[in-house]
Design a protein around this ligand. Structure first.
Ligand code: UD1
Ligand code: UDP
Length: 361
């Protein structure tokens, strides 16, 4: 079956990479479409070269803009491509505007949609990602859920068992294939003059945390209270507000542009703890055994909290300090065994599917 793979943003490229590599390995007839929701070198091209991905066959060049602009332009640009290529399935991953537009364009043409990372819910309708997830799930034909939590959620929403497949998360596949290489080859700690377990890592780009300068100032104040060096590769959305609002950064903060995957995995593996509002970083910290503090009051990744890997602190400095000082016991990775991409392609090509193991090796 001809398989179309849609990506648009940094996390989609990273999490779709194992699926793309597996398509290549199996000699599946596939092609990549890139919406170019992310287009800056450090949110886009760097991952194609580092993760050894083929160039997309189509670039939709939608770029930045409001929700209607991005979603609408993807729908308009994607439809004729799907009409002329007639893929048997379109695979989308996650909860971005690219995902909802891609799923809708294919669904309207009666092309099957496979939603990877289906069933995640923050139960916070103010997040743009929450409506994207719900809509994408309800118009998809294959719902690739990560854990039992998402399977149960999808069933509660009335989606039929026949569409739901528990497969784990492709982020485990991605981390397993890059962790040791990152450890060996990345020079980022030396470049930034950081010592192993001698710094905290920060990422923040969630609209609710960064679009309002007052919320962003709260995060900066939180960082100033952290007892040690904090390294922050700053997403462009956040950089823009920091610059426009002329927000001063505290002296314990070291910042750079966003970094590539090997450097980020190296930084995450070696930090004391990570403070984040990213979905993917919550998962990766949990998989790598790194304590995580999430500057949100809800998460669509509650597995990370349940195993003790993650604490939700919103933008409350006292709660963050308490969370950073918490005693840490080890936990088991809840996101699968690193064979998720294989399972997804087994299902799409109707082969026998392996059960999901909750251990890494
Ligand atoms: C998007 C997703 C979010 C995901 C994130 C991953 C939606 C609604 N949001 O958020 O779910 O977690 O990607 O990082 O789909 N910009 C650049 N260069 C780029 C891309 C963006 O400078 O290549 C700047 C622009 O100023 C742009 C802003 O970042 O306006 C926001 O970009 P956008 O793609 O709209 O949202 P993200 O915050 O990246
Ligand atoms: N990441 C990266 N470089 C960075 C920051 C993050 O490679 O400077 C990776 C990180 O390892 C994770 C993904 O980007 O796999 C998370 O993307 P992001 O936080 O932008 O989006 P979200 O997961 O919140 O949708």
């Amino acid at each position: 079956m001809k398989t179309a793979i849609l990506v648009g943003t940094r996390p989609e490229i990273i999490k779709m990479a194992p699926v793309i590599r597996e398509c290549r390995k199996r000699k599946i007839d596939y092609f990549i479409i890139h919406s170019k929701q992310h287009y800056s070198e450090k949110l886009d091209a760097i991952f194609f070269s580092e993760l050894d991905l083929p160039a997309p066959k189509y670039n939709l060049n939608v770029g930045s803009g409001g929700h209607a602009n991005q979603t609408g332009r993807i729908l308009i640009e994607l439809e004729p491509i799907l009409v002329s290529e007639q893929p048997g399935i379109l695979l989308v991953q996650g909860d971005t505007n690219t995902v909802v537009a891609g799923a809708l364009a294919a669904h309207k043409l009666h092309i099957k949609v496979g939603h990877i990372e289906a069933g995640l819910r923050s139960f916070d309708q103010t997040m743009p990602e929450e409506s994207n997830r719900i809509i994408a799930d309800h118009i998809s034909d294959y719902l690739f859920a990560v854990t039992d939590l998402q399977v149960d959620q999808l069933k509660r929403e009335g989606l039929p068992d026949s569409k739901i497949f528990k497969v784990g998360n492709t982020i485990v596949d991605a981390l397993l294939s890059h962790r040791s290489q990152a450890e060996k080859t990345s020079q980022i700690l030396r470049v930034l003059n950081l010592q192993e377990k001698g710094y905290y890592l920060l990422t923040s780009h969630r609209a609710a945390n960064v679009d309002d300068p007052n919320a962003l100032i709260e995060i900066i104040r939180l960082v100033a209270r952290i007892p040690g060096k904090v390294y922050w590769p700053i997403h462009y959305r956040t950089q823009k507000v920091l610059k426009e609002a002329k927000i001063d950064l505290p002296p314990n903060l070291i910042w750079t542009e966003p970094v590539g995957y090997s450097d980020f995995v190296k930084l995450l593996s070696n930090c004391i703890a990570v403070i984040t509002d990213s979905g993917g970083v919550q998962e990766e910290a949990c998989i790598l055994g790194v304590p995580c503090v999430t500057i949100r009051d809800r998460t669509e990744r509650p597995e990370t909290v349940d195993v003790g890997a993650n604490v939700l602190v919103h933008r409350n400095a006292e709660a963050m300090l308490e969370a950073l000082n918490r005693p840490i016991a080890s936990w088991e990775n809840p996101f699968g065994d690193g064979h998720t991409a294989e399972r997804i392609l087994d299902i799409v090509t109707e082969q026998e599917v392996l059960p999901v193991l909750q251990t890494l090796d």
